[in-house]
Design a protein. Sequence first.
Length: 704
Amino acid sequence: MRSRYPDPYKSLREEDWWWPEQLPDDQEPDEPLLSSDQRRRFLEDGFIVVDGLWPTEMIEKAAAETRELFPEQKVIARSLSDERYNPFSSMPWVHRQEESADLAINHMSVHQRPLKAASELLGVNAGELRLYQDHLIAKFGRPVGGEESGTPITVAGDQDIHVDYGNNTLLVPPRQSGPEVVACLCYYSDIEEAGGATHFVKAKAGELTRYSPESFNPPNFVFGTKNGSASTIDGPRSEVLTEERYQEEKPIRYRTGTCVLYRLDAWHRGTPVTINRVRYTHHRGWRKRAADWVSWQGLAPRMALLPNRYLEELSVEQRAVLGFPEPGDPYWTETFKMDVDGCGSDLDEYARRILMCSLTYGQSHILVDYPAPSGAVSLAEERAQDRRPYWIEVDPNNLYGWRLDRESNYGNLVQVRLAEKAVLPDGDFGEKVFEQIRVIEPGKYRVFRKTDQIDEMYDLADNSYAGEFDAQTTGEEYKEVESGEFSLGEIPLVTVYSGKTENLVSKPPLLDIAYLNIAHFQRQADLIHSLHVASQPMLVMEGYDDQTKDLAISVNYAMATQPGNKVYYVEPASSAFDAQSAEIKELQMQMATLGISTLSQQKFVAESADARRLDRVDTNSMLAMVSMELEQKLQKCFNLSAEYVGIEPPEVKISRDFDIERLIGQDITALTSLFDQQVIDREEFRDILVQGEVLPSANEAKTE
């Protein structure tokens, strides 16, 4: 039914409309929002029409904000004076500056109810959705013709029937797996006053659910119906089928808040608005995260203009819909883990240092810091400044003191005092190091330096560097030189324990091994010295007269003695060193017994799994404990970092497979059986064989 004349709906009956279905507003969180029949019709027919997708008060607020952007009289006046005028505006809307974060039109596309509906239609979690278009349109009913032109008055804005995916992607929407996009048209006007209902027609049976040459639909508008696949009588854009669609199409009986959820390959078209009136609509589209080929416009550059508070107050799912990577996405882990301390240290290297320090001292500390605010008022400015959290490794010797909340919550840190060093330039090439104390309390910090250092470091007139470094450090009183606040409600100091005795107090877990090492060194030194002395035998001459002249001793000389006199060499018996050697071996065995399993001698002979498991119980226990502690504390560091910037942290996992022994025949046989039974897949099978030193790693294989 095509009509460009005023009042095109006056002769329509009730069954000639698509009437909206009211969605429930009291379902439980785990209950579906859409019925199975609605989901089926979306897949097969291409669209559904609903009311109640958003709360009524939110719709009313968004409609009012849209009219504020496009005042009706202004739209009418400009449209009559300029036929090219097209009232169109894309998200985000920032015309209210800081208050833009509260605009309903900025929140419509990330509201939980439409996200739930879109996720149900696409068969994915809400966090898998990505908003790829969002814009407002104020469509005007421009009169065409009249007495001056000698033609009947019609209204501009009548479209040919078409599908939308040509404007969004170069690919044909999937058939068997279902669509990758849910488009949404929401009305902010009422048909009684604005007219201009969008017309939809059901797809032919199987047209949207299977591939066939006859149902292939090129993504172009149908102008005259003689294009695309209209070369045959059976093509979806043949004259016959196109005329059938015009006969079968129905307008949406919309009111403020009515919306159409439709596929990009659904047949529809726009129609003229009531003459000299304005119809307001809100258009948006969500795609599956993997469907990167679908794009309307780049939201990110414009989203960066919104105040920070808008994104800070959104949930993880809502941010994901806008295109923010979810927790655990390689974007976060790969970007941050390559430089966790701001000095180029990747996460693996940093974790090794923290672990070694913890094993050495019994504990190690990480201070999670964030650069001070620098005047950024939008995400774009903040990103340009590259502000992000970073981790500071704190030497246990530099933890000067702390306080615990011993009243309301015993054990909770309420203050820590850290020794730091400030490095300033000294002349053209040198540097000079000054000591300072940083006092950190929940939500705030202070920095103290000795008074003489303050005079030396700064020109007190303008607080600039003095450039003279002649004064020496003295024992004068400390003075506060800096203070500030941070957004966390706790002290961002994370301690990795390996031998905790109480809060911030530990005993090094390898202390006993250190004592054994000292004993081993002493015994080894004694043995080496004894061997050095004993390696040269001693010459003994019985009855020799020491008053005689000098005696030459050499292999080229013989020695004559009086009868009864003796000349011979004396050397210690080899058994004299057995006790020391045995003691050294005993110390080595004790160190191997007390050490971590990786310090023990590896066995490459066949033995039962139980034997190997029992053999590793003691040696793996401390390593397992420390690895769990490291995993938990790295997770805590990520949590604090994420809290600084208002995002969800990634999940940290450390493998606890400490068996570095090679796989033996019976292990490989058992794994092969699991692979044959499809308990493990090919990738897992290969990973296990690589870890068991049966196969080379991928990198090693490439180099070979």
